[in-house]
Design a protein around this ligand. Structure first.
Ligand code: ATP
Ligand code: MG
Length: 320
């Protein structure tokens, strides 16, 4: 689809799209750290890796970039983007991703084909990695199957590496006692964070340059600060705001995004839903402790009001 402002701003493509296109990848501190954890995981050749983070922090873009960065002569990769499926279907998708011929009607056949493939590739010096995005959606049955897969090994080494990318719920699920068997196998874990305030301006400029900008459109420092305040450093929200700023600027033939432009964009009601940050869930344990404390306090108040226990004199004695 033709985007009206591209020609006006001298851009070759949309700079603030919502697709996780690794061409636009900006190496922020948190993304670099996540990447280093994954490199370390590959060197370590053990267990399962888990990169998790809030919605829109860049997990999918990172997973794609990581796969692109691997030397295809040394690594086979299977990327699973939507893991809501049973174990048989999961196995089938893995085999298809790895271009292994198989009989989809037999789970046993598929499993032995995979094992055969992994051993053969391993002997050739090639390692195989399964990358699963949206891992918080994996069913219990498939998690159990992933555990079995993660056990595939030769006498010395694992022959399959598994990397999970998922939202914060993934960690909640892995904490669940019945998934403990899997969480104990996680050898590398990293939480992706939001961008630091100092990184937001560089992120915006980076994406503009990648989209072909020659500097015609500019974001003032004050505008960048407002964008950070509104987005809290979530890359997806930054993209949404910046795209709206470009549309607003185009409509009045401007070239400088200043505070006024950002304020008008943020004030737009239709942006409200995007800017609401996910509410932090209070862990159940905390709720139980708080409820217990409130209950004890109520009982003490009732006892003291009806003078069943001389709470006041006990307290006075205690404080003396
Ligand atoms: N480091 C980055 N460099 C460039 N763009 C990024 C970066 N991180 C995130 N983005 C951009 O932010 C948007 C959201 O990223 P992405 O889809 O990867 O987030 P996510 O964490 O996978 O979100 P969700 O939890 O909803 O799946 C995309 O447009 C992506 O291109
Ligand atoms: Mg994603």
């Amino acid at each position: 689809m033709e985007i009206p402002y591209l020609e006006y701003f001298g851009l070759t493509e949309k700079p603030f799209g919502l697709t996780p296109d690794s061409h636009f990848y900006f190496e922020s501190q948190t993304h670099r750290e996540a990447f280093e954890h994954l490199r370390f995981f590959l060197m370590q050749k053990e267990g399962i890796a888990c990169i998790y983070g809030d919605v829109g922090t860049g997990k999918t873009v990172l997973s794609r970039l990581f796969i692109d960065s691997l030397n295809k002569n040394h690594y086979n990769t299977a990327l699973i983007l939507n893991p809501i499926m049973g174990d048989k279907e999961f196995l089938q998708v893995v085999l298809t991703e790895l271009s292994i011929e198989h009989d989809p009607s037999s789970k046993k056949d598929m499993f032995s084909k995979l094992e055969e493939f992994l051993l053969l590739e391993f002997k050739k010096g090639k390692e195989t990695i399964i990358v699963i995005d949206e891992a918080q959606l994996i069913t219990d049955e498939t998690f159990e199957f992933i555990r079995i897969l993660s056990n595939l090994e030769t006498d010395k080494e694992k022959i399959l590496h598994i990397i999970l990318f998922g939202q914060l719920e993934l960690i909640e699920r892995l904490r669940d006692p019945h998934l403990r068997y899997l969480s104990q196998r996680i050898s590398v874990i990293y939480r992706l964070k939001t961008l630091h305030p100092d990184e937001v301006g560089h992120y915006i400029t980076h994406r503009l340059l990648k989209a072909g900008s020659k500097g015609f459109v500019q974001f003032e420092d004050g505008a960048v600060q407002l964008i950070y305040n509104a987005s809290k450093g979530y890359p997806r929200l930054i993209n949404i705001i910046c795209d709206r700023c470009l549309i607003a600027l185009y409509s009045k033939s401007g070239r400088i995004v200043d505070e006024k432009v950002v304020k008008s964009v943020i004030a737009d009601e239709s942006l409200g839903a995007f800017l609401e940050h996910p509410k932090k869930t209070i862990p159940i344990k905390k709720i139980i402790y708080i409820s217990a404390a409130v209950l004890i306090l109520c009982i003490l108040i009732i006892l003291s009001v009806f003078n069943i226990i001389p709470v006041r004199s006990i307290l006075e004695k205690f404080l003396k």
